[in-house]
Ligand binder design. Structure first.
Ligand SMILES: Cc1ncc(COP(=O)(O)O)c(C=O)c1O
Ligand SMILES: Nc1c(O)cccc1C(=O)C[C@H](N)C(=O)O
Length: 396
């Protein structure tokens, strides 16, 4: 007999991490941690202390007492724990969209003798819009791959597109709709073999899939911290620039925070030789502290055990969806998927709205997809079972 969701929760080595989050709602199942993660208790405490004791009593002195370094120190922590990145290559800054804009320019500048940017039609809208805009601004052309949603971008799909004109390839590690996990090391090698550079959007993998940017030789990467890093709505993004590219990486929003000497107030701009060169203006201190707490929770649980639970949860979810006869548009091979599973249904919009009414939070994604996101530190098997029961009943 199959184990009950209660038994699976009892046997879950990460189950106790749920108590490390504020779970103060009347929901039956929160299946949207892949859009906005829950609030860690440690973050609530840290921000309360920060506001009262640091902002409240240290005031401007706080900058020289540590705030000034936070984009890089927390970037280093996130890079080490989540990205397989040695120190000095990751900053916390801006939104994912703004960081993508900066990295696209920096990457294209490294291959100024080439004139094509490759992106896939399945990629997140902001990535596609930014590629179009940067290509137009730099007089480049865009080559759009049209892969199957579930198969997504493979080295074979890329092979026909890469060529002597390719300057930059921008791809999402995990597809925001199908949840397909791309082969980051193999694709990075293929892009390099063509003489181009790659930017990886890690929004749907950071904090839930083990990532090794340095050993894969990745050029640039970017991602958000409000999903699996649990840093809160509108939390800042991270940007990774491989150390070998730092000296040449020129970004289009040079500000005093990216200058070589922040407080020199020089007449002329000189970019910082360090990864600070990717910053622009004053960083959001409170929000970066929330990123730090999110990263520390992941480090404590361990990215290996987190991935193991993610695979177990998505496998369990797929079994439940199969039993209900629902169509799944996510790879069945666990090595090929991230931490969400997507169902296709002609009445998806209506069903998702009804699920919300019944206390189950999914995501509706155009045109006919219901996305179920499983966040290993907070999602229980009981929640998954309860969520599928409601979905199955509504989809009948
Ligand atoms: C893959 C991907 N890239 C980029 C973004 C946009 O990020 P932001 O709103 O932080 O700019 C998102 C989600 O919002 C996303 O899922
Ligand atoms: N970033 C979001 C927002 O500002 C509002 C609502 C949702 C989001 C999301 O995170 C969307 C998400 N990136 C997605 O994969 O669809």
């Amino acid at each position: 007999m199959a184990a009950s969701p209660h038994d699976l929760d009892s046997a879950d080595p990460l189950a106790s991490f749920r108590d490390r989050f504020v779970i103060d709602d009347d929901l039956v199942a929160y299946l949207d941690g892949n859009s906005l993660g829950r609030l860690p208790v440690a973050t609530l405490d840290r921000l309360t202390t920060f506001v009262r004791q640091e902002w409240g009593s240290r005031l401007i002195r706080g900058w020289s007492e540590g705030w000034v370094d936070l984009p890089v120190t927390v970037g280093d922590e996130l890079g080490r724990e989540l990205l397989g990145a040695a120190d000095g290559q990751t900053v916390i800054a801006d939104s994912t969209s703004v960081c993508i804009h900066k990295l696209l320019h920096a990457a294209a500048g490294l291959r100024a003798d080439r004139d094509e940017i490759i992106i896939d039609a399945t990629n997140f809208p902001t990535d596609r819009y930014l590629v179009e805009a940067v290509a137009e601004a730099r007089g480049m052309t865009v080559r759009r791959l049209e892969p199957d949603l579930v198969e997504n971008v493979t080295t074979e799909v890329l092979a026909g597109a890469l060529g002597e004109r390719t300057a930059v390839v921008l791809l999402s590690h995990v597809d925001y709709r199908s949840g397909t996990l791309l082969d980051l090391p193999a694709i990075t090698d293929a892009v390099h073999a063509a003489g181009a550079v790659v930017i990886w959007d890690l929004c749907h993998s950071a904090g839930v899939v083990p990532i090794e940017l340095d050993s894969a030789g990745v050029d640039f990467a970017v991602g958000c911290t409000y999903k699996y890093v649990n840093a809160g709505p509108g939390a800042p993004a991270f940007a990774y620039v491989a150390a070998r590219h730092l000296a040449q990486a020129e970004q289009p929003i040079p500000g005093w925070w990216s200058a070589a000497d922040l407080f020199a107030m020089s007449d002329t701009y000189e970019a910082s030789p360090t990864v600070r060169r990717m910053l622009s203006g004053t960083p959001p201190v409170a929000a970066i502290l929330a990123v730090q707490e999110g990263v520390r929770l992941i480090a404590e649980a361990g990215i290996g055990p987190i991935r193991d639970k993610s695979v177990a949860l998505t496998t369990y979810l797929i079994e439940q969806l199969d039993a209900a006869g629902l169509e799944i548009v996510t790879p069945r091979d666990p090595h090929r998927r991230g931490s969400h599973v997507t169902v296709r249904h002609p009445r998806a919009r209506e069903i998702a709205a009804e699920m919300l009414e019944r206390g189950v939070v999914p995501d509706f994604r155009e045109p006919d997809l219901i996305r179920l996101g499983l966040s290993p530190l907070t999602t229980s098997y009981v929640e998954v079972a309860a969520g599928v029961a409601v979905l199955a009943e509504l989809a009948r």
